[in-house]
Design a protein around this ligand. Structure first.
Ligand code: SAH
Ligand code: SF4
Ligand code: F3S
Length: 476
């Protein structure tokens, strides 16, 4: 099987395993790599860079783990349980290697590689390869080095410049409709709870021209939606021949590429969400009326302890401003329950903020202390586990109620949906997202297919999904 878009050989498990691997792999006499991704969208996007680096060096990519010569895990360190998941996976892979596949090479990439660095090699002798997020160009050399020496190879150097701007990502796991485009790397914010500044290094923005070029290629390849990515896209800034391009300006320029291309972004920090940006949402139809705007907490003192640099009142004022400038704009958020010293009253402030903003969706987490962070060094992780859990459950239940209520309010309204494919339940049903990022399922009509826009009316819902009926088959 070949992925036509990229022409990279992809083995999908239907091949005769005894036969030589496909030409793409044998051509250079190189090995087949199985790449598994954990963590955030940035990691998904990074894996596409890694796939590209490997392809250019003559490696093949396989979707079948059993066929791989090399297994790479692109990892996340954001919470303790994210790391535990990778450790369990690694234990299973090492056991398999010991018992059945002595030649298998195992590698850890990404944030956990950066955080644990030599520990993975020296203390635990876990893997053959450890590569941090800024060293992906070096993977082929490291693989060669490890093959030659029989020893582990490591590069966890962080960079102030690396944006992989010139590397065309290999979209090896795509629906052909939506794609991620990374516009910046690293983070300079130093939120007290967060490990990302340590694992991803200093913030840097990718050149405007390479971002626009990648978006144009996606449009030419038939893609209809891009989500531009960074840890804090609002602080994107690039000096383009003497004039500084802000995030708002960048979005505006992307939106001019094609009216058929929808644009979303993630993640934006509330501290620098500008009115200029909100006006781009209002003025450009293809910049979606949806913002993921992580608040983390509803109490100003906790926000201060978290070093988020805005107050509850400032956040709420921003939401109001956005709703005035962009009527109907939808919000989602991230919330942390049980941060250091969190009192019951402070927790109640998170619940009341949720009631005020009425997010359509939220990612909700229990606080997990991360080594080396400001919180780990200066505060006590002193909210008992059962209290954290109970508070998180209250947050989850409230969000589920609000999502359901918001969805019911959509009944009777019309939306333009970008079709992403058939629904899980039935081949006769299509699914896609509204401009406001809500999933809609509806019966297939005529020739409608993946990648088409359709105007639908909403007739029913659950707390997670809307049910619609097609009004106009295709909206050009
Ligand atoms: N750059 C993004 C966040 C990336 S991490 C932003 O600033 O919005 C994604 C989310 O994980 C965060 O928004 C936060 O809610 C959560 N998170 C980060 N560190 C955490 C920790 N130590 N414990 C629990 N949740 C955490
Ligand atoms: Fe972490 Fe804060 Fe940076 Fe987001 S903005 S990645 S939460 S330090
Ligand atoms: Fe995880 Fe790293 Fe993303 S810690 S959330 S994979 S930036």
């Amino acid at each position: 099987m070949h992925n036509l878009l990229t022409d990279i050989p992809v083995l999908d498990g239907t091949e005769d395993l005894d036969a030589p691997k496909t030409a793409g792999i044998e051509v250079s006499g190189r090995k087949a790599v199985y790449l598994e991704t954990y963590g955030c969208q940035m990691n998904v996007s990074d894996s596409e860079i890694v796939a590209s680096v490997l392809r250019n060096a003559g490696f093949g990519l396989t979707h079948n783990e059993a066929e791989a010569d090399i297994i790479l895990l692109n990892t996340c360190a954001i919470r303790e349980n994210a790391e535990q998941k990778v450790r369990r996976r690694l234990d299973a892979l090492r056991a398999d290697k010991r018992r059945n596949r002595p030649d298998l090479k195992l590698g850890i990439l990404g944030c956990m590689a950066e955080r644990l660095r030599h520990k993975l090699l020296e203390q635990e002798k876990l893997v053959d390869l450890v590569v941090g997020p800024d060293a992906y160009r070096d993977i082929p050399r490291l693989l060669d080095e490890s093959a030659e020496s029989g020893q582990a190879a490591v590069n966890v150097q962080l960079s102030r410049e690396e944006t992989y701007a010139d590397i065309a990502p290999v979209r090896y796991d795509t629906n052909g409709v939506s794609a991620f485009v990374s516009i910046m790397r690293g983070c300079d914010n130093m939120c007290a709870f967060c490990v990302v500044p340590f694992t991803r290094g200093r913030e840097r923005s990718r050149p405007v021209s390479s971002i626009l070029g990648e978006c144009r290629e996606l449009v030419d390849g038939g893609f209809k939606e891009v989500t531009v990515l960074g840890q804090n896209v609002n602080s994107y800034r690039y000096d383009d021949n003497g004039s500084a391009v802000s995030f708002a300006e960048l979005l505006h320029r992307i939106s001019l590429i094609s009216s058929e291309l929808r644009i979303r972004y993630s993640t934006s920090h509330p501290k620098d969400c500008s009115d200029e940006l909100l006006h781009v949402h209002a003025e450009r139809d293809n910049v979606c009326n949806y913002i993921h705007l992580p608040v983390q907490h509803g109490n100003t003192n906790v926000l201060q302890r978290m070093k988020r640099t805005y107050t509850r009142a400032e956040y709420l004022a921003l939401v109001d401003r956005a709703r005035n400038i962009v009527p109907g704009i939808s919000f989602s958020t991230d919330l942390i329950a049980g941060f250091c010293d969190e009192t019951e009253a402070e927790h109640q402030d998170t619940l009341s903020l949720m009631e005020t903003v009425r997010y359509d969706h939220a990612y909700m987490f229990m606080y997990s202390e991360r080594p080396d962070t400001y919180a780990a060094r200066k505060y006590l992780d002193n909210v008992p586990e059962d209290v954290k859990k109970r508070r998180l459950n209250e947050i989850i239940q409230l969000q589920s109620r609000i999502s359901g209520e918001n969805n019911r309010q959509d009944i009777g309204t019309e939306h333009v949906v970008l079709i992403e494919g058939t629904s899980k339940r039935s081949e006769d049903q299509l699914k896609g997202r509204t401009d406001t990022n809500k999933m809609v399922v509806f019966d297939k009509v005529g020739m409608l297919a993946k990648g088409d826009y359709a105007r639908v009316t909403i007739e029913d819902c659950t707390s997670a999904t809307l049910r619609g009926r097609v009004l106009t088959p295709v909206v050009a």
